[in-house]
Write a protein that binds this ligand. Structure first.
Ligand SMILES: *Cc1c(COP(=O)(O)O)cnc(C)c1O
Length: 443
C-alpha cells in the first residue's frame, strides 16, 4: 500500500465546493485533514479514493453541524424531567426572553430618573405580591439560593437541621455538602424518623446561626415519625433571637388541589408560618426558567443582596425576562392551566390521553412494524415534587425487544424517550403535544 497515493488536502478542497458552501472552508479543511490522518493510521486496503474521502468528511461535518442539545419527545411520564430540562416555558415567557435577547433592555437602568436601576426590582414586587413576603431576591437556581442564604446567615456558625431532612437531590446537591461550601457547620438533631422541639432547643448555643427546615421533596419518611412543624420551628428560632429558614425545593405559588393534584406547600403558607427566609425553584412546579427565589424579611434580603456571592450567582436578563412573564401569569389563576405548560400537562384529563392512545396505537404499530398495546400509566410530577404521588395516565406499550425499540426511537431526527417497563417500551402520552408530533417522530 502506497500512502503517497492519497490525494492532498488542497486537491480534495478543489472538489469540495458544495461542502465549503455548507460548512465553511475552515471546518472542511480541518475535517479533511482529520480524515487523511485517520487513513494514514488505519491503513485500509484498498485506500479510499477522493470521492470516498469526501463522502466520509461530509458525514462527519453533517454530524458536527447538528446541535448537541437536541429537542426530544418526553414520553417518560415524568413531566418535570431534570435530565430533559424540567419545565417547558409559557409562550409569554418565551416571547419575553426573545425580546430581551434582541434589544437592549432597562435591566439596571431606572427609566424614571435616568440613573442606575436594580436588576432584581423587576421581580421583587411580583414575588412579594404572590407570596406575602416583605422582600425578595433571585439567583441562578435554588441550590444557589440555599448556598447564599446559609453563607449570609451562618458563616462560621452552626445551622441546625433535623436528621430526617438531610436530603440529597439529583446531581450531587447534598445538604451537608452545601453547608460546608457555605462555610457553616451542620448541627444535626433528632433521628432519621423522629425529631422533636426539644432536640432543636437543646442544640441552640452561642454558635448557632440559624434553624433550618428542608422540604423532603424526593422521599417520604413513613411510619413512626415526628417532625416539628414550620410554625413551631419559627417560634423556637425567634425565642432564641435566630432566623428560621425554610427550603421548600419545588414550592408552588398556588393550591394545586384546584387542578386535582395533591397539595404541595405553597410559598405563601411557608411565609405565613413565620419563616424569615423561604427558598424555592423557578423550573420545578412553578413552571418557569431555571431560577432560585429567596423571599423573606427586608433586613435579611438586604444582607443577602450585599453578599459578594450574589454577584457570582446572579441571573441574566434573558431569564429575568422569562421569569417575570411567568410570574405575571400567576396573577390570574383562573387561566393558569391554559397558559402554563407545566400545569396544563399535569392536569391533562385522563380520558383525553386515553383517546389519544387509542387513536395512535394502530398508526404507530403500522409505522414501526411492532406490537402496540394501549396501557394504563402512572405519570409523575418529577424534580422531587410529590415523590410518592402518581397521576393516572395512558400510553402505548411497544414490544417485542423493548431495548432495541428504545434505541431505534432515540436515534430518530426527533428522538422519542420512553421507559422500559414489564418487557415493553412504554410511551406515556401525557406530555405529547399532538398526534402529528408522534407520527412525524416515528416516520
Ligand atoms: C430541587 C431542590 C433544591 C435544588 O433546586 P435547584 O433549582 O434544582 O437548584 C434544593 N432543595 C430542595 C428541597 C429541592 O427539592
Amino acid at each position: 500500500m502506497d500512502l503517497r497515493a492519497l490525494p492532498s488536502v488542497d486537491r480534495l478542497l478543489m472538489q469540495a465546493d458544495a461542502l465549503v458552501n455548507d460548512h465553511g472552508r475552515a471546518a472542511v479543511t480541518r475535517m479533511l485533514r482529520a480524515e487523511l490522518a485517520r487513513i494514514r493510521t488505519d491503513r485500509p486496503d484498498p485506500l479510499p479514493d477522493a470521492s470516498a474521502i469526501l463522502a466520509a468528511a461530509s458525514a462527519g461535518l453533517t454530524g458536527q453541524a447538528q446541535s448537541r442539545l437536541r429537542p426530544v419527545l418526553n414520553l417518560t411520564g415524568t413531566v418535570l424531567h431534570t435530565n430533559l430540562g424540567r419545565a417547558l416555558l409559557a409562550d409569554a415567557a418565551i416571547d419575553a426572553a426573545t425580546d430581551a435577547m434582541r434589544a437592549p433592555a432597562a435591566l439596571e437602568f431606572d427609566l424614571e430618573t435616568g440613573g442606575r436601576g436594580e436588576r432584581d426590582s423587576h421581580l421583587r414586587a411580583l414575588l412579594c405580591d404572590l407570596t406575602g413576603a416583605e422582600d425578595a431576591t433571585v439567583v441562578n437556581n435554588n441550590a444557589a439560593a440555599v448556598l447564599i442564604v446559609l453563607n449570609t446567615l451562618a458563616m462560621r456558625r452552626e445551622a441546625i437541621v433535623s436528621r430526617g431532612e438531610l436530603i440529597e437531590i439529583g446531581g450531587a446537591f447534598r445538604m451537608p455538602a452545601i453547608m460546608q461550601q457555605a462555610g457553616c457547620t451542620l448541627r444535626e438533631v433528632g433521628t432519621t424518623n423522629r425529631t422533636h422541639a426539644r432536640d432543636y432547643q437543646d442544640a441552640i448555643t452561642a454558635e448557632t446561626g440559624l434553624l433550618m427546615k428542608v422540604h423532603t421533596s424526593n422521599y417520604r419518611i413513613e411510619g413512626f415519625t415526628a417532625e416539628v412543624p414550620a410554625a413551631q420551628l419559627a417560634t423556637i428560632a425567634h425565642q432564641a433571637g435566630l432566623p428560621m429558614v425554610n427550603d421548600l425545593g419545588s414550592g408552588t405559588l398556588v393550591d394545586l388541589r384546584r387542578w386535582g393534584l395533591s397539595p404541595e406547600p405553597t410559598v405563601a403558607e411557608a411565609v405565613a408560618e413565620g419563616a424569615d427566609v423561604v427558598t424555592f425553584s423557578g423550573d420545578k412546579l412553578l413552571g418557569g426558567p431555571q431560577a432560585g427565589f429567596i423571599v423573606g424579611t427586608r433586613d435579611i434580603i438586604a444582607r443577602i443582596n450585599k453578599n459578594p456571592l450574589k454577584r457570582a450567582l446572579r441571573m441574566d436578563k434573558i431569564r429575568i425576562a422569562a421569569t417575570e412573564a411567568t410570574l405575571r401569569l400567576y396573577r390570574d389563576p383562573d387561566r393558569l392551566a391554559e397558559r402554563l405548560p407545566t400545569l396544563r400537562l399535569l392536569s391533562r384529563p385522563l380520558a383525553e390521553i386515553r383517546a389519544q392512545a387509542e387513536r395512535l396505537a394502530p398508526q404507530v404499530a403500522a409505522a414501526l412494524g411492532c406490537q402496540v398495546r394501549v396501557v394504563d400509566c402512572a405519570s409523575q410530577i418529577g424534580s422531587g415534587a410529590l415523590p410518592t404521588d402518581t397521576i393516572p395516565s395512558a400510553g402505548l406499550a411497544l414490544s417485542p425487544d423493548p431495548d432495541a425499540l428504545a434505541a431505534r426511537l432515540r436515534a430518530g431526527a426527533m428522538p422519542i424517550i420512553g421507559r422500559i417497563h414489564d418487557g415493553a417500551l412504554v410511551l406515556d402520552l401525557r406530555c405529547l403535544p399532538d398526534d402529528a408530533a408522534l407520527m412525524r417522530a416515528v416516520a
